[in-house]
Write a protein of this length. Structure first.
Length: 490
């Protein structure tokens, strides 16, 4: 479960005994403990400024906390623990945070001593909610010594959400403070830790922005998505992270093409190629995940996945190999160079000042129409019975149109949303068609079942995928006509 906690900065020890504060909620345990933690970061605090903390604590574990959200005053973070000696972060920890550090050296930046009074709400002897009354003392080679008091309320079990909200309200009334999202390390390091992250979360944008500001917002949004999914890709337990990181690379490449007229010749020539490189490796893993899911779903309908165990094992092995290749790439100098390029693009975009200063709302139709004309030209060139490759080319054009429309939608008005939705539907139908074609071809070319029963199921699956592709062929033109009408109504 993600760490979900509310922090309240207070003037001193201010919580009474549990019997008085938590009366009527349930049974509470109580203890007093002392904690010593050593925090590590880069010299310019890339982790702390991004809301990430990396520490070794006296309980013997390395912990990395990564931000998820800040909802209703509650700070929500992923928490990852690793074993290792206290002297310096182990390799597994350093690798996990490369998306933020970009391979820069990690050094000790603070030591935090905490004297804690801890209460835990127990339900059937299991802790549901924890309340910590902390006296915190910090020392740092880069910041003045600090001392402060803090109350933390943490949700320990998903079943304790109602009790968590009740406890937060009671503690807040008692100490008279509103929630603060700052972790201890940010307080310890002071103002230097509160500077903007190298790739900050995207803010709001208005219709009055310049076209240069729109470009910077767009690439910043995608770069943030890429960086914040880096550690999840490395952990390997979240397929959606692979998808989100891959989409981020595609969007940045598309935006570099879309906004090319306002970009100077100083724009990095390496970045598009590097994005295509890592996006291709992410896509290899993602496409195998999609294939596995499709085969499992269809195998269930064909009599059970156990009948194609050897087939699924081949794909599992292929996925493991592709994931290993991806992780090797993410540990390479080329990858850290790509991260540096993204930071540079977000913070120092290579804009042509005169062109970039123009109002985005005025030039949005021109940006969008270039992608529209390419899609229309590709569709018009199709024969009566297009090949699978020709339909795949239409899909890619539809995707580029969708990205272009979504890029200008914040400044172009509500009607563009309909066009983006129609382009997305066209892309989806042709994407499903492409996946079915690829699955059928893979079964024909690669699948080597070792028994007759499995071979029979493979034949059934291949026929199913071919029939699915044929059915989707009957739908894509309707989706194209809806996309055309949506463009005509702009």
């Amino acid at each position: 479960m993600d760490e979900r906690e509310v922090k309240l900065l207070v003037d001193g020890p201010s919580l009474p005994e549990a019997a008085a504060l938590f009366a009527g909620i349930g049974e509470w345990s109580e203890e007093s403990i002392a904690l010593e933690a050593t925090y590590f970061d880069t010299a310019d605090l890339r982790l702390t400024r991004a809301g990430v903390s990396l520490r070794w604590r006296s309980d013997g574990a390395w912990t990395v906390k990564t931000p998820v959200d800040n909802v209703g005053g509650a700070l929500v973070r992923h928490e990852h623990e690793f074993e290792g000696a206290a002297e310096s972060p182990p390799a597994s920890v350093r690798e996990l945070v490369v998306g933020w550090t970009r391979g820069t050296r990690l050094d000790e930046v603070a030591r935090i001593s905490t004297r804690r009074r801890r209460w835990q709400l127990l339900v059937h002897d299991e802790p549901f909610v924890e309340v910590d009354d902390d006296h915190v003392m910090t020392t740092s080679p880069i910041a003045p010594t600090a001392e402060f008091y803090e109350v933390e309320i943490e949700l320990l079990s998903p079943d304790g959400r109602n009790e968590f909200d009740d406890v937060v309200e009671r503690v807040r009334r008692r100490v008279g403070r509103t929630a603060s999202p700052l972790p201890k390390i940010a307080r310890a390091l002071g103002p230097i830790a509160l500077r903007a992250s190298d790739v900050p979360p995207p803010g709001r944008i208005t219709r009055r922005v310049s076209i240069g500001e729109l470009f910077q917002w767009r690439v910043g949004t995608s770069a943030y998505r890429f960086v914040t999914n880096d550690h999840l890709v490395r952990l390997g337990n979240e397929q959606e992270a692979i998808h989100q990181a891959r989409v981020a690379t595609r969007r940045i490449r598309a935006d570099l093409q879309l906004f090319a007229p306002i970009l100077s010749r100083r724009a990095s020539h390496d970045l598009p190629a590097d994005l295509q490189w890592i996006g291709g490796l992410l896509g290899g893993v993602r496409d195998t995940d999609v294939m596995l899911a499709r085969l499992r779903d269809h195998a269930i309908g064909a009599g059970g996945p156990e009948r194609v165990d050897s087939l699924l094992a081949q794909l599992d092995h292929a996925r493991d190999e592709r994931r290993s290749t991806l992780l090797d790439a993410m540990g390479s100098p080329r990858y850290t160079h790509l991260l540096d390029e993204l930071v540079d693009l977000v913070n120092r975009p290579p804009l042509r000042p005169h062109r970039a200063a123009r109002r985005a709302a005025r030039h949005a139709p021109d940006l969008m129409n270039r992608s529209w004309k390419k899609l229309r030209r590709t569709v018009r060139a199709l024969p009566k019975h297009p090949t699978d490759d020709q339909l795949h080319a239409v899909r890619k054009r539809a995707k580029h149109l969708r990205y272009a429309v979504e890029a200008v939608e914040p400044v172009a008005g509500a009607k563009t949303h309909r066009l983006a939705r129609r382009a997305s539907q066209l892309q989806h139908i042709l994407g499903e068609h492409h996946d079915a074609v690829v699955a059928a071809q893979w079964l024909a070319d690669t699948a080597t079942p070792s028994d007759t029963d499995c071979a029979f199921v493979v034949g059934e699956l291949a026929a199913t995928f071919r029939a699915e592709a044929a059915e989707l062929r009957t739908h894509w033109r309707k989706a194209w006509k809806r996309t055309r009408r949506a463009h005509a109504n702009l």
